[in-house]
Design a binder for this molecule. Structure first.
Ligand SMILES: Nc1ncnc2c1ncn2[C@@H]1O[C@H](COP(=O)(O)OP(=O)(O)OP(=O)(O)O)[C@@H](O)[C@H]1O
Ligand SMILES: [Mg+2]
Length: 247
């Protein structure tokens, strides 16, 4: 049985059909990519999983439990931690305070201290800037903090929505290296990305969304073998038409 199984979800924002029958699965230990042009419904799918948006139809089952209608906090407690678009760290709080917020659902104080130690060792810059306002970190460092904060909840699964957005090419490389490391540590990850080529290099499987539907599901090799998809989505190393063809 899959760790996460989404079956035929539909999400409308008023008259706009953002997601029209998306089904996908993520198995324990898998890194699964979710790609597609602007407005394809990637973020709406992610927000549905974490309980921010409620699908009008369909089911989302995680570890045997239905997530539909559950609060974001309950879903976090069940082990799904979001790293959503725009980094969402608290700039005026310190790095330490941001990390501790990630452990807000944790009761075991000793474990929280161990985790702070673990992730500030893993991300040395966060140790260096521990008592400083998070807003003073660079974009890439803030992204590392957002990931570390999510890890403080000891998640089973990370949901990452465009973690490399707005970063310099070097920092984009750092973010992908981090995802690779988390993958090698056995973390289960659902990753929305615009850097399609880099995504295909690290994921086990990929889903391509187009206007709220799954246009392709399979392995990176299967996607690369589909010349039509390659031509439509992969030119120039990213989603070349991302801003040119909204849904
Ligand atoms: N809060 C909202 N209210 C109304 N319409 C919305 C809202 N959020 C998204 N939409 C619309 O729903 C559709 C899907 O948007 P969504 O943000 O899920 O796409 P996306 O694939 O994440 O796109 P992007 O690559 O731009 O992040 C789009 O047509 C978008 O304009
Ligand atoms: Mg989005």
């Amino acid at each position: 049985m899959s760790l996460l199984a989404i079956d035929d979800i539909h999400v409308n924002y008023g008259a706009i059909s953002a997601v029209r029958g998306v089904s996908l699965t993520v198995d324990q230990g898998e890194v699964v990519g979710l790609i597609g042009v602007n407005g394809a419904g990637k973020s709406t799918t992610m927000l549905s999983i974490v309980g921010v948006v409620k699908p009008q139809r369909g089911t989302i089952v995680y570890s045997g439990q239905s997530l539909i209608g559950q609060s974001p906090e309950t879903i976090l407690r069940l082990g799904i931690a979001p790293v959503m678009e725009g980094r969402r760290i608290f700039p005026s709080l310190t790095v330490e305070e941001n990390l501790r917020l990630g452990a807000a659902t944790k009761k075991d104080k000793q474990q929280v201290e161990q985790d702070i130690d673990r992730w500030t060792t893993f991300f040395p810059i966060l140790r260096e800037r521990f008592g400083k306002p998070a807003g003073n970190l660079s974009g890439g460092q803030q992204q590392m903090l957002a990931v570390a904060r999510a890890l403080m909840s000891r998640p089973t699964m990370l949901l990452m929505d465009e973690p490399s957005l707005g970063l310099s090419p070097k920092l984009v490389g750092d973010v992908f290296a981090l995802i690779r490391e988390l993958r090698d540590m056995g973390m289960t990850i659902l990753l929305v990305e615009q850097n399609v080529r880099m995504t295909l290099d690290i994921v086990n499987r990929v889903y391509l969304l187009n206007t709220g539907r799954v246009e392709f599901a399979g392995t990176p090799d299967e996607l690369r073998a589909r010349g039509d998809v390659e031509r439509a989505y992969l030119h120039g190393g990213g989603l070349a038409q991302k801003s040119a063809s909204p849904a």
